[in-house]
Design a protein around this ligand. Structure first.
Ligand code: AKG
Length: 296
C-alpha cells in the first residue's frame, strides 16, 4: 500500500512521466528548426511548458537570445586559448598527436573525429565557472523540469571543430538506461549547446534525427560512431541541421541520434556545452581516466 502511494507520488513529479510519441511512427517525424524554438523565455510558464513538450516529443528544442554578444566573444577567446594550451601540453609531454576516440584521449580532451576536439580542460576556471554559465536562468528552469526537478552538472566542455573537419558519423551521446521492454523513460541526461559563433551551413552545425530517442533503446553500441545507425534504427524522417545564432542555446536528449557536419571554412567552430543529468547518473563512456594535467 505504501509502495503504491510512493509510485503515485512519483508519477506526479514533473518530468517523471513516461515518454509517449504522439505519432505511431516516430521515425517519420517531420519538423523544421523554427518549429523547435521556444515561443518565449522560460520565465513564462507557457513557454516553459511548450519547451518541455517539444523536447519530449522531438528530443530537442532551442531558445534564442540567451547570452549577449560581448559575453559570447569572451568565451570564444578563452576557448581558443584553452585549446592551444591543451594541444601544446600533449606536444610538451612527448605524446603523439591525439588519436580518435575515448581510449586514445585524456580526461581533459578527446578527439571525437579528425579535427574535432571535445575538451573539458580549463572550464573549471573563469570565465566558465560562474553561474552565468552553470546556473543560467535563461535555460535552467527547463533543464530542471526535464530532469524531474533536480539537475547535476556532469560536464562543462568545449567542442572545438577545426576548419576543414569532415562530417562525423552518427551516434548518441549515451544509451538508454534499459531496453525497449520498459517503454521509453523520461530523459535522464541532456546537453545544452551554446554556440560561440553563428552556426551556418558553411561552418557546419550539428545534424539531428528528431524523435530518434524513441528508436535508439536496446541498439548495441549506439553511442559509438557509425554511418549505419540511421538505417539500423529504421529512421526515415527529415534530418535536421541546427542553424542557430551565437548566443542562442540548444537542448537535446543524450539518447538522440546526431552528428557534427563538415566545417567547410578555415575557422574553428567552438561550442560551449553543459551536460546535465539526474543526480544519480554517471557517464562511463565519454572520457577516460588518463590525465594530461596534474590534479582535478
Ligand atoms: O560538433 C558537433 O556538432 C557535435 C559533436 C558531437 O556530437 C560529438 O563530438 O560527439
Amino acid at each position: 500500500m505504501r509502495r503504491m502511494r510512493a509510485l503515485d507520488e512519483a508519477r506526479r513529479l514533473p518530468g517523471s512521466e513516461p515518454q509517449i510519441p504522439d505519432s505511431d511512427d516516430p521515425a517519420a517525424t517531420e519538423v523544421d528548426f523554427d518549429g523547435l524554438r521556444l515561443p518565449g523565455p522560460v520565465s513564462d510558464p507557457g513557454a516553459l511548458a511548450a519547451g518541455e513538450a517539444l523536447f519530449r516529443r522531438h528530443g530537442l528544442c532551442w531558445i534564442p537570445e540567451c547570452l549577449p554578444s560581448a559575453q559570447v566573444e569572451g568565451y570564444r577567446g578563452a576557448a581558443e586559448e584553452r585549446l592551444a594550451g591543451c594541444l601544446q601540453r600533449i606536444t610538451d609531454l612527448g605524446h603523439p598527436p591525439l588519436g580518435r576516440g575515448t581510449p586514445n584521449g585524456f580526461a581533459e580532451i578527446v578527439a571525437r573525429a579528425p579535427g574535432r576536439y571535445d575538451m573539458l580542460h580549463g572550464t573549471a576556471s573563469p570565465p566558465f565557472d560562474g553561474p552565468e554559465v552553470r546556473d543560467n536562468p535563461q535555460w535552467m528552469p527547463l533543464v530542471r523540469r526535464l530532469l524531474g526537478g533536480e539537475a547535476s552538472l556532469l560536464f562543462c566542455g568545449l567542442l572545438m571543430t577545426m576548419g576543414g573537419a569532415k562530417e562525423q558519423p552518427w551516434h548518441t551521446d549515451g544509451e538508454h538506461l534499459f531496453g525497449p521492454e520498459v517503454g521509453i523513460l523520461p530523459p535522464h541526461c541532456l546537453n545544452v549547446f551554446i554556440p560561440l559563433v553563428d552556426i551556418t551551413p558553411e561552418i557546419g552545425g550539428t545534424e539531428f534525427c528528431p524523435g530518434s530517442h524513441f528508436l535508439t533503446a536496446g541498439i548495441p553500441e549506439i553511442y559509438e560512431q557509425s554511418q549505419d545507425h540511421v538505417r539500423r534504427i529504421g529512421w526515415h524522417g527529415r534530418r535536421l541541421p541546427a542553424t542557430i545564432p551565437a548566443g542562442a542555446v540548444l537542448l537535446f536528449d543524450y539518447r538522440l541520434l546526431h552528428r557534427g557536419l563538415a566545417n567547410q571554412t578555415d575557422r574553428t567552430r567552438p561550442i560551449l556545452y553543459l551536460t546535465f543529468c539526474r543526480p544519480w547518473f554517471r557517464d562511463v563512456h565519454n572520457f577516460p581516466e588518463r590525465r594530461l594535467f596534474e590534479g582535478g
